[in-house]
Design a protein around this ligand. Structure first.
Ligand SMILES: [Zn+2]
Length: 250
């Protein structure tokens, strides 16, 4: 593999020996990659610059190491620090959550340019006027959609029949279930039509339009709870930032 260049958003960093870091980026051209950066820790314990802060957008130059899926990163230049996001503890907590969620649902080397754009655009929205909660819901739904993990909402997730009457949402089956299938999941819970509609809006509409849609607060709360549980059900690892968000955001 020759020397490669791309843009990446930093998802995670870990220390490696005295002066090196292992950085995990979601890149535009190579999906998620891991790379070593050497000589970044100074004598006073300083450790990389703004380019090595979580969710920074960097221009990267990297190349392959022998017998390893961890690259050597030879250049890492800051392109966007998302300053307004870092100026607010709430926005910062949400941005860290987006980075952790992205890391937990993607595998090394699976290229998905749309997923890269989704993370980048979500950070830009977060830096603007859009509410942090709305950005998180947009990111969650569009990411599930891009990864083919969307809940089934058009038909029964268990038998495939049309769902008539008040809907129930089953985490086990991954979507709405019909009356006949209620027996198969006693824990399926009622869900508002407004919430189902809002999920579809977020999936289909561009970011800017979704950011402006007004919804009833019970729809917002129900969507947040439903997505949280749906993601927990489908992600094996518990996300640390979810606990942090509970502390930061009432
Ligand atoms: Zn059914």
């Amino acid at each position: 593999m020759a020397i490669q260049k791309t843009e990446g958003i930093l998802l995670r960093k870990a220390h490696l020996r005295e002066t090196s870091l292992i950085l995990t980026f979601y890149t535009r051209d190579f999906g998620k990659i891991k790379g070593i950066v050497r000589g970044v820790r100074g004598p006073r314990g300083s450790c990389g610059g703004a380019n090595m802060e979580i969710f920074a957008l960097d221009g990267l130059v990297f190349y392959e190491r022998k017998r390893s899926d961890i690259f050597t990163i030879s250049q890492c230049d800051l392109l966007d620090f998302f300053g307004p996001v870092r100026a607010s503890l709430e926005k910062l907590a949400y941005a860290a959550y987006l980075a952790e969620l992205m890391d937990s649902v993607t595998a090394l080397g699976d290229k998905n340019t749309e997923a890269f754009d989704l993370l980048l655009n979500s950070l830009k929205l977060l830096a603007g006027e859009c509410s942090s909660k709305r950005v998180a819901r947009i990111f969650e739904i569009k990411l599930l959609h891009l990864l083919g993990l969307m809940p089934t909402l058009e038909i029964c997730a268990n038998c495939g029949d049309k769902v008539d009457g008040p809907a129930r949402f089953s985490f086990r089956h991954g979507g709405l279930i019909c009356k006949k299938c209620l027996q198969s999941d006693r824990e399926a819970r009622p869900i508002l039509q407004g919430t189902i509609k809002f999920i579809e809006h977020i999936r289909l509409l561009p970011y800017e339009r979704v950011a402006r849609i007004k919804v009833a607060s019970e729809v917002g709360h129900e969507l947040e709870r439903t997505l949280r549980k749906f993601l927990d059900y489908h992600i094996e690892r518990r996300l640390k930032t979810v606990e942090f968000l509970k502390v930061v955001v009432r």
